[in-house]
Design a protein around this ligand. Sequence first.
Ligand code: FPP
Ligand code: MG
Length: 325
Amino acid sequence: MAHPQATGHVDGPSAGGWTSEDVGLRLGAVARELPALGMPGPPLEGKLLRPLVALALVPPTLRPRLDERFWCGALALQMVHEASLLHDDILDDARERRGRATVQAQAGPGAALVLGDHYLTSAYRVAARAQAPEFLVRFIHAVERTVAGEIAQGRAAGRRVSPSEYREIIMGKSGELFGASAALSGALFDLGDIEARVALGRDLGAVYQKVDDLLDYCPAAGTGKPPLQDYRQGKWTWMMDLAGMEDFSMPEEEVLRVMHAAGTSATSPVDRAAAHLEEATDELRRRALALSPGDTLVDAVLSAWVRTAKRAAQAAVFEVAEVPA
Ligand code: FPP
Ligand code: MG
C-alpha cells in the first residue's frame, strides 16, 4: 500500500529537521544487521509511513533521546507492512506495484508467499529488540488484526458493505498497524497516554486507506498500480457510497464516468471525497499536536495526502473525458 504519489514529500525544514530520507537511513542501518542474524532486510521503499508516524508522535523535545530501540520498533512495523503487501498481491493477483512488476508476477506466488512469511516472522524478533513490552503487545495485536481485516474484506467481496462495516475493515487492514506505530513513542518513553496514541494512529491509517481507495478510481493518479482494482475485485469502498452505486453491475467505463461527473450535486464523487478528506485531516492534526507538541511531521504527511487526493481528482476529469461511453 505504499504509494509514493499518495504520500508526497515530507522533507524540508517543515518536517522539523527530519526527512523521509533520514528515516530510511536510520532504518537501513538496523536492517543491514539483520542478514547476519538470519533475518531478511526489507527493501525500505515507498514513503515509510508507519515509521514516520512513529517518529512524528515522539514529542520533538524527546527526539534527541531516540536510540536503536526506537528504530528496531519502527523497522519491525515496516517489515510487517512489506509482508502484508507481498501477501496482498498474491490475494489480489496484482501484477504491478510501485510502478513495477510484483514479486508474485516476477517469481510466482510461492516465492512471494515465503518472502512475506520471512519478513513477518522476523518482524517479531526485531520488534522485541525495541525492549518495550507495551509496544510488543500492541504490535502483536496489530498484526493479528491486520490479517483479520483482510479476511473480513475477503468475506465481503462482491457485495455492498455498510459504512460501519467498511470502517471496521479498513481499521483492521490498515488502521491497526498505524495504531501500533503510534504506540511506540508512548511505550518507549512511558508517556502514559498510549490509548490516545493508538486511537490517533488507527484513525490516521483509516484516512490513508480512504485516500488509497479514492485513488483507485483516478486513472491519472500515478499510483504505480492499475486503476479500478477494487471494483474489479468486488471490494466495496466509501467511493461507491459517494457515487450512489448499488452493486458491481456497472461497466467499468461507466463507473469512471459516474465517479468523475458533477451530476446534480454540482461536484463529482471524487471531488467530494477529496473535500471530505481535507476536513477529516484537520481534526487529526489537532490530536497529533496535543500528543506531540511542536511536531510538524503529521501535518506534512496529511497535507501531502490531501494534495494528492485533490490533484488526482482534478487530473482524472481530463483523463476520463477520453474514455469512450
Ligand atoms: C493493501 O490494501 C493491503 C493491506 C492494507 C493489508 C493486507 C493484509 C493481508 C494480505 C493479510 C496478511 C497480513 C500480513 C501482516 C502478512 P489494498 O489491497 O486496498 O491496497 P493496494 O491497492 O495497495 O493493493
Ligand atoms: Mg491490494
